[in-house]
Design a protein around this ligand. Structure first.
Ligand SMILES: Cc1ncc(COP(=O)(O)O)c(C=O)c1O
Length: 388
């Protein structure tokens, strides 16, 4: 008789054969941009802590103050008794910074994406989703159990053709779903054109600013600020150096989500320390234009240097710099080489990215110094090929 868990052996064997097995690695922060991975010190080129705020004294202090004042846990979901006094100031500040009528904190970006789309769409809706959208947006669209159509990445002509084809076909509502900075490619969506298309066709535009929040746009608040995007989602877990997520939207949408969004209703509210760290981040980020300028300068340096060496960085224009290699095995070999050179950079493989688009995803942060940047450029220059 077959064992109950034979399916696991089969799947793991399949993954081993195509170099797609994933493993957890213990990481310990060292100094600045350095981390210890399995006891070995390496410069970290895969963190999303773009502004280096995760270790910032102001965030740590406020998180500690909130724990002292309010305790370690929040006690219940926000609809029960978890809506503590520290939520409203963060949400009001965020709404003002995003130029939105209202904002609401979610427990994570994954949870927000999974539950917001499912709450807004019904079975008769249509979701038009960018081909490169993050898995959490894909899961949210699937949970909505409505028709989903994929438009080619950032391709407005394709999106418009789908909108034209869909108008008058009886959908209850049509959603356009995209990211503002794409997580695995580091390119940006053409936000103004997206807004115009959504308006023209009466579609609801949903934009995920996970990798843009803190990093780009007016006061660092993302690409959607003041653009009239219907529903903006973002995280505090990356550029903000904390944890948790948000939606910025109209009051009407916020009230609806409080009533109909499972992610808000059925999950314990974030703990005080996290809200302390978020509030610390929101105090610092608007004033960090000079730092953002430096961050983008560093990313330009990295991209230009790698281009000169003949590497393919795709369409990246931001702090996320992919080096597209192609085959999984080649990408893993390159990642090992980088480790030998004390560089921690993850190999991103299918299903996270498309087949034959495996890559090393480098992320630049304010913690990197010039020597770190040069180290990574030198390592790519000295790479002798995948069989070396
Ligand atoms: C585009 C995008 N959206 C959402 C998420 C999920 O955010 P979080 O890590 O806060 O759950 C991520 C992070 O991995 C992401 O890259």
């Amino acid at each position: 008789m077959q064992g109950k868990f034979d399916f696991i052996d089969e799947e793991m064997d399949r993954r081993r054969q195509c170099h797609q097995v994933r493993e957890l690695q213990a990481v310990e922060n060292a100094e600045g941009s350095w981390v210890r991975v399995g006891g070995r010190a390496m410069v970290n080129f895969c963190s999303n802590d773009y502004l280096g705020l995760a270790g910032h004294p102001a965030l740590k202090q406020r998180a500690a103050d909130y724990i002292k004042r309010y305790g370690a846990g929040s006690g219940a979901s926000r609809l029960v008794c978890g809506n503590h006094v520290f939520f409203a100031p963060v949400e009001e500040r965020l709404a003002a910074l995003k130029g939105a009528e209202a904002a609401m904190v979610f427990n994570s970006g994954f949870q927000a994406n999974v539950s917001i789309l499912a709450a807004l769409a019904d079975r008769e809706s249509l979701i038009l989703s960018d081909r490169l959208n993050h898995n959490s947006l894909i899961q949210g669209a699937r949970l909505a159990r409505c028709r989903i159509e994929i438009f080619d990445h950032n391709d407005l002509d394709h999106l418009q053709a789908l909108l034209e084809k869909s108008s008058g076909r009886g959908f209850s509502r049509i959603f356009i779903v995209t990211e503002s900075i794409f997580s695995m490619d580091g390119d940006q969506c053409p936000i103004d054109d997206m807004v115009s298309l959504a308006r023209r066709f009466g579609a609801i535009l949903v934009v995920d600013e996970a990798h843009a929040t803190g990093v780009i746009g007016l006061r660092g608040m993302g690409l959607t600020c003041g653009k009239g995007v219907d529903v903006v989602i973002g995280t505090f877990s990356k550029g903000c150096g904390a944890f948790g997520a948000y939606v910025a939207c109209s009051r009407k949408v916020r009230d609806y989500l409080i009533n109909c969004c499972a992610g808000i209703i059925y999950s314990t509210a974030l703990p005080p320390a996290v809200l302390g760290a978020i509030s610390g981040a929101l105090a610092l980020i608007p004033e960090m234009d000079a730092e953002r300028h430096r961050l983008h300068g560093q990313a330009d340096f990295l991209r230009n240097s790698l281009h000169r060496l003949g590497w393919d960085c795709g369409r990246s224009t931001t702090q996320i710099v992919p080096v597209i290699v192609g085959k999984e095995s080649d990408t893993l070999a390159l990642s090992e080489w980088l480790k030998k050179n004390d560089i921690f950079a993850s190999a991103i493989r299918p299903p996270t990215v498309e087949e034959n688009k495996s890559r090393i995803r480098l992320t630049v942060t304010l913690l990197h110094c010039e020597a770190d940047m040069q180290r990574v450029v030198d390592a790519f220059e000295q790479w002798k090929g995948y069989s070396a």
